[in-house]
Design a protein around this ligand. Structure first.
Ligand code: SF4
Length: 332
């Protein structure tokens, strides 16, 4: 028997999450970092949210799972002896900003009174492995995962709104349950905060005038809910091949391969990390360990030192295509 439970669960989940959709008449902390990239997106969300691409079920599933993990983490904090205060939604009228910080630590298990803005984030094991190496907001801002860059800005806005120096992000590995924390001080990021708030004022001005800035194609457009509205014909960026849509059996087969590729990605990354790590440990020595042999062999390759003027004489531009595969449904 199939289709007995899942379609009903999916429909109920979609209805539940749609009902949770928040008020788009204000700027939101959690995507404020977008105004560093594209103020148009912030304006469109406030002026024409109906033009945004509908959220897909799999993103609702991911978001709701994240909410559940947050609730679990909150309970773990309480069980560990932290006293928390949940500020609820707080408006920052001056910037037409609405704030969604998860909790505030008011007392630690040693009984010391504190005020630390706290936010829980859950991530898959693949991302968690990288997050675990990050110790500061700056590390997150420099992350290759674009959505991680938003977190410190969300936090700084919360810290500034509550006039709190300290902010703490607690990450949890959704699969293994491991945790990692990243602290950030407001004073260390004053310049960034100033820039975000200044740009938010520009967004507010555009919204008051009922117009959004012109669309300018940037790499992040691929992830944006307004891509089809801004660029209905998807004009390519310089050097990009024109975009075409594929459908039917061809699309189904490519989607199957892409989804399988996404499933395998964490394992492939782990495999490459392990293999690279082991190889670099034993460069120049061979060992036998357990059922394995790690063999290091010296290789000689012929190389040529060519003077620059000769190189110039033979220089030419080799034109070819590179291919990037981008998931447009990663959470913001
Ligand atoms: S598609 Fe690009 S230009 Fe349009 S709102 Fe999104 S990020 Fe901005």
């Amino acid at each position: 028997m199939s289709g007995y439970v899942v379609p009903f669960l999916d429909e109920a989940q979609t209805t539940r999450m749609r009902a949770e959709d928040f008020d788009r008449s204000k700027n939101h902390c959690h995507d404020a970092a977008w105004n560093l990239l594209c103020k148009r997106r912030q304006c469109l969300f406030r002026l024409r949210p109906d033009l945004a691409k509908e959220i897909e079920l799999k993103n609702y599933q991911r978001m709701e799972e994240g909410h559940r993990q947050e609730a679990l983490m909150r309970q773990e904090m309480v069980d560990a002896g932290f006293k928390l205060w949940h500020p609820g939604r707080v408006e920052w009228e001056e910037f037409e900003l609405t704030n969604e910080i998860d909790d505030m630590i008011t007392e630690n298990p040693k009984g010391e009174r504190q005020k630390i803005v706290l936010d829980y984030k859950s991530c898959d094991p693949y991302v968690f492995r990288d997050v675990r190496r990050m110790g500061s907001y700056d590390d997150l801002l420099g992350s290759k995962y674009w959505w991680l860059k938003h977190y410190p800005i969300q936090m700084l806005l919360g810290q500034a709104r509550y006039k709190n120096q300290e902010g703490l992000l607690v990450f949890k590995d959704k699969s293994g349950g491991g945790k990692h924390e990243v602290f950030g001080l407001l004073d260390d990021h004053k310049e960034l905060l100033r820039e975000v708030l200044a740009r938010m004022k520009e967004v507010n001005k555009h919204v008051a005038e009922h117009k959004a800035p012109a669309a300018v194609r940037i790499p992040e457009c691929e992830k944006c809910e307004f891509l089809e509205f801004c660029f209905p014909d998807s004009p390519p960026m310089e050097g990009e091949a024109p975009m075409k849509r594929i459908s039917g059996e061809e699309a189904a087969s490519v989607i199957t391969s892409l989804e399988r590729m996404a499933e395998l990605e964490p394992l492939a990354k782990e495999y490459e990390d392990l293999k690279g790590g082991i190889k670099s440990m034993f460069k120049g020595e061979s060992v036998r360990v357990g059922d394995w042999i790690i063999k290091s062999t010296q290789v000689q390759k012929r190389a040529y030192k060519v003077p620059d003027e000769i190189k110039k004489e033979y220089e030419y531009i080799n034109t070819y295509f590179t291919v990037r595969i981008i998931s447009v449904t990663r959470p913001i």
